[in-house]
Ligand binder design. Structure first.
Ligand SMILES: Cc1cc2nc3c(=O)[nH]c(=O)nc-3n(C[C@H](O)[C@H](O)[C@H](O)COP(=O)(O)OP(=O)(O)OC[C@H]3O[C@@H](n4cnc5c(N)ncnc54)[C@H](O)[C@@H]3O)c2cc1C
Length: 442
């Protein structure tokens, strides 16, 4: 029942060549991860059903009112930087494609995308060192510019006491508008108010039992995009995919109005996103509210809105941008939700491996027998995951969905093998096996 694949070099990271009779897929979860996977498969001609337990998409982590789309750059080139830059550029192109197709289709959802630029403030010594190193590297000006405090202040239209890395094409998006636009593809059926309870595999199909309607969904391929809740036990209840490591981090954003001398004047408003220890956007709605935050509570699964979290967001802003903080009034709670994060901060993307088979087949990896031929990788049949997007899912879930759809559809990978391996859902088990720490930690 378990699919096996041969690649003698590193068989544990290789995927099978998938063959499909119908090209039907079901995605569990209509956040940004699920919406992106559904769209990328739909574009390839698949018929996709998206199951969401809430009454509408983008309700949990993707339910924030405004999220930042920007890259992450490191002092020196790194795999992480490469990943975030590729994701960022891909997402900007995708947004342009979605906007172009919306222009030619009056019925399309409206994408609330605001490329107002993002200034990442170098507010501490380590950031200043990184800023200096980035100055020495050659980036195109349209990607990033290292600007001094004076220039940053001119760009932002508010006083900035730090130098900053400026991403002129970056900005903020309303995540619900992003998800709704993606899910409006004609090959996608959205089933809301539908909670996927359990899954099992029979006759070459996954079956998903749901509540409250008790509908049974049957599909060739199943993709788990359920955010913080990866609690499914495919085939073997003793081997749930929750053994994939991810930590919950609760977060809340806040809203406020910017006023000078009691007056709201758009002329003096913040004009670009500021990214410090948290972030603050320009006005995001008709009520002239700016959005700022977010809190970061490691290990917490509490997604209730609290006044305490608003205070923490305000205090953080005041610490870095006291003059801007002074101008904020009418502070209200934005949205609270749980981020899901892996130990290496990269998402879990790919086919779901049978980890007990990995532990059996690769038990002696720590001996470093480079000459040894290892067994083929074992995967659950046609079961995939796209999850654990941490604090950057709006930027990263698009390219990751394209990678996953290319694996499933047998297309050339849009990213290199090194990155593909770095995202593999079984990478933590392989690392543990190589270090021989599997028994002590699992
Ligand atoms: C406060 C805060 C601020 C953030 N700011 C940014 C930002 O500025 N930029 C950025 O890029 N990212 C930001 N993020 C992170 C980003 O929001 C996440 O990375 C992203 O939303 C994760 O998307 P997801 O689809 O994996 O998860 P979710 O959006 O949580 O989606 C999972 C979906 O699966 C559904 N589901 C789960 N289990 C089942 C089931 N059994 N049956 C049916 N449905 C199910 C859930 O209801 C949910 O809708 C922020 C996150 C938070 C919390």
């Amino acid at each position: 029942m378990i699919k096996r694949v041969t690649n003698k070099a590193q068989p544990w990271f290789s995927y099978p060549d998938y063959t499909w009779k119908e090209k039907t897929a079901t995605v569990i979860g209509a956040g940004i991860a699920g919406s992106q996977v559904a769209w990328h498969l739909a574009k390839r001609g698949w018929r996709v059903t998206v199951i969401e337990r809430h009454t509408k998409p983008a309700t949990e982590a993707s339910g924030n009112l405004a999220g930042i789309i920007s890259p992450k750059v490191t002092a020196k080139p790194s795999l992480g930087e490469d990943f975030y830059l590729q994701c960022y550029q891909y997402t900007l192109q995708q947004i342009e494609e979605l906007q172009t197709s919306a222009d030619s289709d009056n019925n399309s959802e409206t994408l609330n995308w605001n490329p107002v630029g993002v200034l990442q403030l170098a507010y501490k010594e380590r950031d200043i060192q990184r800023w200096k190193q980035l100055q020495q590297r050659s980036f195109s000006k349209s990607l990033l510019q290292c600007v001094d405090a004076e220039t940053a202040s001119l760009i932002a239209n508010v006083e900035i006491p730090y130098p900053a890395v400026y991403f002129p094409q970056a900005g903020w998006i309303n995540p619900a508008s992003f998800c709704n636009t993606l899910l409006s593809h004609e090959n996608i059926t959205l089933e809301t108010d539908t909670h996927a309870l359990d899954i099992d595999y029979q006759d070459d199909h996954w079956r998903i039992n749901s509540s409250p309607s008790h509908n049974l969904y049957q599909t060739e391929a199943l993709i788990i995009c359920s955010g913080k809740d990866l609690n499914f036990a495919p085939i073997d209840p003793n081997n749930p995919i929750t053994t994939l490591p991810s930590e919950m981090i609760a977060g809340q954003t806040s809203l406020a109005i910017q006023q000078q001398d009691g007056q709201t004047s758009l002329n003096n408003h913040l004009k670009t996103v500021l990214d410090h220890e948290g972030y603050i956007t320009p006005v995001i709605n008709d009520q002239q509210q700016l959005l700022f935050g977010a809190t970061y509570h490691r290990g917490s699964s509490d997604n209730r809105i609290s006044a305490e979290a608003d205070q923490q967001n305000f205090d953080k802003l005041k610490r870095h941008l006291p003059n801007l903080a002074k101008e904020l009034s009418s502070i209200k709670s934005g949205h609270a939700a749980i981020r899901s994060v892996t130990p290496d901060r990269l998402p879990l993307l790919g086919a779901v491996a049978d980890l007990s088979a990995y532990q059996r087949d690769y038990v002696d990896l720590h001996h470093g027998k480079h000459w040894k031929t290892y067994a083929d990788a074992s995967y659950y049949p046609n079961l995939f995951i796209s999850a654990a997007y941490g604090s950057r899912g709006l930027t990263t879930a698009g390219l990751c969905a394209n990678v996953l759809a290319s694996i499933m559809n047998g297309d050339a990978s849009p990213v290199g093998k090194k990155l593909l391996d770095a995202l593999h859902p079984a990478r933590f088990t392989i690392r543990q096996l190589k270090k021989n720490t599997i028994n002590s930690t699992s």
